[in-house]
Design a protein around this ligand. Structure first.
Ligand code: GDP
Length: 331
């Protein structure tokens, strides 16, 4: 008789995850990252079974440019949270890893202390997929971590491209890490990202940098007041930290806890999650329809000819799309 690998026994996987087995959790996340049809089927079955056990964590997104101090902060913050008795999971989205090779989010050694903590689970980013696929897998990974009993899920991303928006759309609280810069504090920072943030933290507020960090804090706080109130009604806060000296960590947690209470009370949290699920569904639908279309070689070839025509300005793009949709009906 052919023996099934214990970790690939789908029934076991479900129960092992519920028991908090992190090896099984990691396997399940790998399953969700796969684009193989049979794996997708298993992943969907697993997620369906685990769904009643999901949703209970506080989901926190963390972003910031490379070198701002994300991993050092997550290490200190994570250790602080586990010292409070919380179980924390760290997931990452790094769309740049493919291009820049030396992935800044990919290796566990970045958070050595936290990686050794039995109450922490660190999952490097899923690479070699388009952002849409990675974002989908990360959303599923959040659910799996929740089913495994993690109280807090941190989703880390690097401040490039669309990944910040993707993470914003899957978390409850979005934290932006910034460095105190020389001169004009707000130079070079994208207004759009500041508008997405529920909190901004000025990192490396130690040594010579301590004073500048305080100045930066004031400048950011002032700038935030000029923005329209966020949908949640929450007024974003700006704090400073030194992850190396472990300063400001507790205050950051207090801020996030404060937000959690606030957004629970005014019902924004559940409303927001509902909206996020709707968006996830719509994005999945778009992606899967595209995938389905491209599974047909004939249709894919037809689309390529339209792509060429569009590039050569032989047809208006919107009209080309209409024609493809018309052809689709015949399939
Ligand atoms: P990431 O690329 O955003 O993950 O940044 P890292 O956490 O890898 O940090 C980049 C560099 O900044 C490393 O050399 C860290 O040692 C340093 N660093 C991080 N946090 C602090 C801090 O709180 N104070 C100081 N002085 N340096 C820090």
């Amino acid at each position: 008789m052919k023996r099934t690998h214990p970790y690939l026994n789908k029934n076991n996987l479900e129960h092992e995850i519920e028991e908090g087995n992190t090896v099984s959790l990691a396997r399940a996340i790998t399953l969700c990252e796969s684009s193989k049809i049979s794996d997708r089927k298993s992943a969907n079955e697993l997620l369906y079974k685990l769904l009643p056990h999901t949703g209970r964590s506080l989901r926190i997104g963390i972003t910031g440019s490379p070198g701002v101090g994300k991993s050092t902060f997550i290490e200190s913050f994570g250790k602080y949270l586990t010292s409070l008795g919380k179980k924390i999971a760290v997931l990452a989205i790094d769309p740049s890893s493919e291009k820049t090779k030396g992935s800044i989010l990919g290796d566990k050694t970045r958070m050595e202390e936290l990686a050794k903590d039995p109450n922490a689970f660190i999952r490097p980013t899923a690479s070699s997929q388009a952002l849409g696929g990675v974002a989908n897998a990360t959303r599923e990974a959040i659910l799996l971590c929740e089913a495994a009993g993690f109280d807090i899920v941190l989703v880390e991303t690097v401040g490039v491209g669309q990944s910040e928006t993707a993470v914003r759309n899957m978390v409850d609280f979005f934290l932006l890490l910034q460095l105190a810069g020389a001169g004009d504090e707000l130079q070079g920072i994208k207004k759009g990202i500041m508008e997405m943030a529920d909190g901004i933290v000025i990192t490396k507020a130690d040594g010579d940098n301590a004073k500048r960090s305080k100045q930066a804090q004031a400048a950011y706080q002032h700038a935030l007041h000029l923005f329209q109130a966020s949908e949640s009604g929450w007024q974003p806060k700006v704090l400073t930290t030194s992850a190396i000296e472990k300063k400001g960590i507790e205050e950051i947690w207090k801020m996030i806890e404060g937000y959690h209470l606030f957004a629970n009370k005014n019902n924004f949290l559940s409303k927001n999650r509902g909206q996020q699920n709707l968006q996830w569904f719509r994005e999945s639908l778009d992606r899967q329809i595209r995938e389905k279309i491209f599974q047909s070689k004939r249709l894919a070839a037809k689309i390529r000819t339209y792509e060429k025509k569009v590039m050569d300005e032989k047809v208006v793009p919107s009209k080309a799309a209409e024609e493809v949709v018309r052809i689709l009906r015949e399939f």
